[in-house]
Write a protein that binds this ligand. Structure first.
Ligand code: GLV
Ligand code: MN
Ligand code: MN
Ligand code: MN
Length: 389
């Protein structure tokens, strides 16, 4: 299945993936999801927020155990972040069917929409809308780089944007959620284990810093006469690195918009997105406050995700099921996931990580060996079996 997906949305120049939410490649992946559901005789549903659910059994009668992930990618992303969890979910169901296992409760495969937030800037849009962590009012007005709003994009994709919003009915169908994910670090490599269980997700957020200046001619404007927003922006980049390193947390400026973006003009506006994360919310918040004055107060919080400490009982239980006589390692992560959003909303949730030999993610270098992917599927199948007994 991963090989089949590998063709969709790949940029041949870099081998990275471009799978923005609701873009043609992502729509193609959603079709693929529907096909895999149909092939297995699962009932397919798209909820009001564009998340996909494929059910074995009827969750309207009794809440079920759900596994899955997402199919969108960061720009120039890898092949595993997201798809590995969806593919492993279908493969784990196949393992259970081959074992003649009959689940005692409904079992579902989920694909959350716009997990990465590559297009509109806010991550986990599908699960945030579902749980009410993002309001439809705000979501609908989010704009992509072309200036199209999420409402425009949904309408173009044949969806009704008026349906967006907290969906208690769908949420009530999820008794437990388990997301399998490629590890985005080298924890499992260091421990020499193929599969691990998530302990916690660091609190994290995104902030947009707007630096206003005055666009002007690059040849005729004397330096003292310029109001160049690129200078305070450059100070921000260095200050963010310094502030993060003093607190032993991480801060990244990976997205910048320069306007009007002419080689021969002083810019009029520079917008920079700061992503900051760390084990302790206080440090992350303090970093943002330290940096805020650099943009003369023009700072907006684009998203915030509180710390997620996954259900202790569930993670221990999963570690025991996955590891056999030697419980699987339980690891923290700095990456955000839909499982974290569901956990924050009170749904008992857990994650499995599959070893990534490069440790690299959000990049074409991201990798998982075939044998480890198989170990992940077997682990996930055992977990589902345990939870559906
Ligand atoms: C998503 O993968 C994130 O952690 O930013
Ligand atoms: Mn990701
Ligand atoms: Mn992911
Ligand atoms: Mn993520």
């Amino acid at each position: 299945m991963l090989e089949e997906l590998a063709r969709t949305g790949r940029d041949p120049a870099t081998n990275g993936y471009l799978r923005d939410a609701w873009s043609p490649p992502e729509l193609e992946l959603r079709e693929w999801f529907a096909g895999e559901a149909a092939r297995r005789g699962l009932d397919l549903r798209e909820d009001r927020n564009g998340n996909l659910w494929a059910w074995w059994g009827d969750p309207a009668r009794e809440p079920g155990v759900v596994t899955g992930s997402h199919l969108d990618s960061v720009r120039q992303g890898g092949a595993y972040d997201g798809p590995l969890g969806v593919v492993s979910a279908f493969a784990a169901l196949d393992v259970l069917k081959n074992r003649d296992f009959r689940p005692n409760r409904p079992l579902g495969v989920a694909c959350f929409t716009d997990e990465e937030g590559a297009r509109f800037g806010v991550p986990c849009v599908g699960s945030r809308l579902l749980t009410g962590m993002l309001t439809p009012e705000r979501a609908l007005t989010l704009k992509d780089d072309e200036g199209d709003t999420l409402a425009d994009v949904l309408t173009k994709a044949g969806r009704d944007p008026r349906g967006l919003g907290r969906d208690d009915e769908t949420l009530a169908q999820v008794a437990t959620f388990v997301e399998l994910h490629v590890e985005q670090g080298k924890g499992l490599v260091r421990l020499d284990r193929p599969v691990g269980v998530a302990q916690a997700i660091w609190p994290h957020g995104r902030w947009r810093f707007d630096f206003h200046g005055r666009a002007d001619h690059a040849g005729t404007t004397r330096l003292p006469d310029r109001d160049d927003p690129m200078l305070p922006f450059a100070r921000l980049v260095l200050a963010a690195r310094d502030a993060a390193s003093r607190r032993d947390i991480v801060a990244t400026i990976g997205k910048v918009r320069v306007s009007p973006n002419n080689a021969n003009a002083v810019p009029g506006l520079v917008s920079a997105w700061l992503d900051a994360r760390g084990p302790d919310e206080t440090d992350v918040r303090a970093l943002v406050e330290e940096l805020r004055p650099l943009a003369a107060g023009a700072v907006s919080e684009e998203s915030w995700t509180p710390v997620v400490d996954f259900d202790h009982g569930l993670r221990e239980r999963l570690a025991a099921v996955v590891g056999g006589d030697k419980p699987a390692p339980i690891l923290p992560t700095g990456a955000g996931h839909d499982a974290g959003i569901l956990a924050a909303a009170g749904v008992p949730s857990a994650m499995l990580f599959v070893r990534n030999p490069t440790g690299v993610s959000h990049s074409p270098e991201e990798h998982a060996e075939q044998a480890d992917c198989q170990a992940g599927v077997v682990a996930l199948a055992s977990v589902l079996e345990e939870l559906c007994r």
